[in-house]
Design a binder for this molecule. Structure first.
Ligand code: HEC
Length: 180
């Protein structure tokens, strides 16, 4: 059976690479431990990308990355209404999952993904790369510490619109010149 030319070149390339990277006394078993660990993906990442968002558009994030990024929060569908209406002291049901995507405000470049999942015993936190690869899980005391101060049982909720003030009493102010 004729060997595919590209396959053959590939094999040769691998052999050459293996030979040239050999150092004087490498134990053949040392190589696998030098390879980076395989990426682990957060299992619900793909699914979460079609979950509804809590706001119509991206909003400036006040809590993460020193205000340099914009966020968009995707919410597990069953928890959407509760999350949108989150008020002081409200509690989200076990299973509620909040996925906050980030992008740079300056360049739009996708940034890390923050995940919180409510379980009976409390919140679980994940820090993901933009492609959903897990960079940290639960051993994230920083997340928990800041979110412990959030108004609704660990969650901050969607950004609030600016408060509406009652109309000014007209008589109190002298008439203003009309702007040019
Ligand atoms: C310094 C405080 C602070 C830290 C640390 C922090 N957050 Fe947040 N987080 C916020 C604030 C404030 C919001 C509200 C949205 C905004 O303005 O950024 C938020 C929003 C979120 C949301 C959207 C759900 C909600 O609360 O309304 C998720 C999910 C989230 N954070 C996950 C994380 C994870 C995971 C970490 C750790 C990797 C983390 N956060 C670290 C302050 C923080």
């Amino acid at each position: 059976m004729p060997l595919n030319k590209h396959l053959l070149l590939g094999i040769l390339g691998a052999v050459v690479a293996a030979c040239s990277s050999a150092t004087p006394t490498p134990a053949p078993t040392a190589a696998p431990t030098q390879a980076p660990p395989p990426k682990q993906y957060w299992p619900q990442f793909a699914e979460s990308q079609s979950w509804p968002t809590s706001t119509a558009d991206w909003f400036p994030s006040k809590g993460h990355y020193g205000g340099t990024s914009e966020g968009l929060v995707r919410v597990s569908p069953a928890a959407l209404a509760a999350y949108r209406e989150l008020t002081l002291g409200a509690k989200l049901e076990a299973g509620a999952t909040l996925v906050m995507l980030h992008r740079s405000s300056a360049t739009g470049k996708p940034g890390p993904v923050h995940v919180m999942q409510r379980r009976a015993e409390g919140w679980h936190y994940w820090l993901l790369a933009p492609d959903g690869a897990i960079e940290g899980h639960d051993a994230l005391p920083l997340c928990a510490r800041c979110h412990a101060d959030a108004p609704a049982d660990g969650a901050f909720g969607p950004p609030q619109p600016a408060p509406e003030y009652p109309p000014r009493p007209a008589a109190k102010y002298p008439p203003q010149p009309a702007p040019e």
